[in-house]
Design a protein around this ligand. Structure first.
Ligand SMILES: [Zn+2]
Length: 318
């Protein structure tokens, strides 16, 4: 289930698209302070790396200008300017066949180099028969599940996990006018069409449910811990720039609060103790294990002790 409703994905996608003037690439002043490295290739392509952000710029035949920006693990976004036409924004969620024709071949090469081409194509079926109004939202959700599902599987189960996805694997996205937000059962995700009408930007809920499909656990006793994982993937992997929205309250929050609070705690463990933490919880849950035991075995600390350390750390920062 999805509890939290803030999604900045759409807004962020818009924010991260911008085009630097060409002249800025020639200036070295101050560039080193920002850790910018820029490279111009023989064919005129300019590639710039700057603190987790990669930018490709190229002018194609017919003076078509293409700028591609990729921030962290978020999908790349291209701005395509064809003379005499309005600029077009095109993101890596969308199938390449739908990109402006003038830029398609170049985008395919950039997508390849940025790792945007999915390592496994999974079949995502949508059913809006009970909620025809949700059709366009469903289509956009479908592209996101297509993009993220193989990535989440790879994150949790590695290359082997990707190889284990059967060729006839299918996820169904069903839209119904139900109460609540969304839920996943096996390979079927049901989304409330009423909810998305009120929260049209909340595509992150689909990522949350997609992660449940990838988790594919049997019985989990520590459901709060599982939901924390799901929201960690959602907020810290797929929407990394929304990370400060969780407001962990050092006085009142508990590590078992689940969802975003638990996700923020996990992220601190990932960044400070063990980059493999999420993968380890996943393995434990796959085998019917417990996160409390995992913490003791791996870090010789109880989760409460780790949480206390986390709270001390974030309180110190303030
Ligand atoms: Zn959930």
């Amino acid at each position: 289930m999805t509890k939290f409703r803030i999604s900045l994905l759409a807004a962020l996608a818009a924010v991260c698209v911008f085009s630097l003037p060409h002249s800025s690439f020639g200036q070295d002043d101050g560039a080193q302070d920002l850790k910018v490295s820029s490279q111009t290739l023989d064919d005129g392509e300019v590639r710039t790396e700057e603190q987790g952000k990669t930018t490709y710029e190229k002018t194609l035949d017919g003076d078509v200008r293409v700028t591609v920006v990729k921030v962290g693990r978020e999908p790349a976004v291209a701005t395509i300017v064809v003379p005499g036409k309005d600029p077009v924004e095109f993101d890596a969620y969308e199938p390449l066949e739908t990109a402006p024709e003038e830029a398609r071949e170049y985008l395919a090469s950039v997508w390849d180099r940025l790792g945007e081409t999915p390592k496994k194509i999974v079949n995502i079926e949508i059913d809006t028969s009970e909620a025809p109004d949700a059709a366009e939202w469903a289509r956009r959700a479908q592209t996101r599940v297509q993009y993220w599902y193989p990535r989440v599987v790879e994150m949790l189960d590695g290359q082997e996990g990707l190889e284990r996805i059967p060729d006839d694997f299918k996820i169904r996205l069903v839209f119904k006018p139900i109460d609540g937000v969304a839920y996943a059962a096996g390979r079927e995700i049901t989304v409330s069409s009423n909810y998305i009408k009120r929260n049209p930007r909340d595509f992150g809920l689909v990522i949350h449910e997609t992660t449940h499909v990838a988790q594919a656990y049997g019985r989990v006793r520590e459901t709060w811990a599982m939901e924390g994982m799901t929201d960690w993937i959602r907020y810290f992997v797929t929407e990394p720039r929304s990370r400060n929205h969780w407001g962990v309250d050092p006085e009142r929050s508990k590590y078992t609060d689940s969802y975003g609070v638990t996700a923020a705690f996990y992220n601190w463990i990932v960044e400070n103790k063990d980059p493999q933490f999420i993968h380890k919880i996943h393995k434990a849950f796959r085998w019917g294990g417990s996160i409390e035991l995992l913490a003791r075995e791996e870090y010789h600390q109880s989760l409460q002790e780790l949480w206390d350390e986390y709270v001390a750390d974030i309180t110190k920062e303030k």
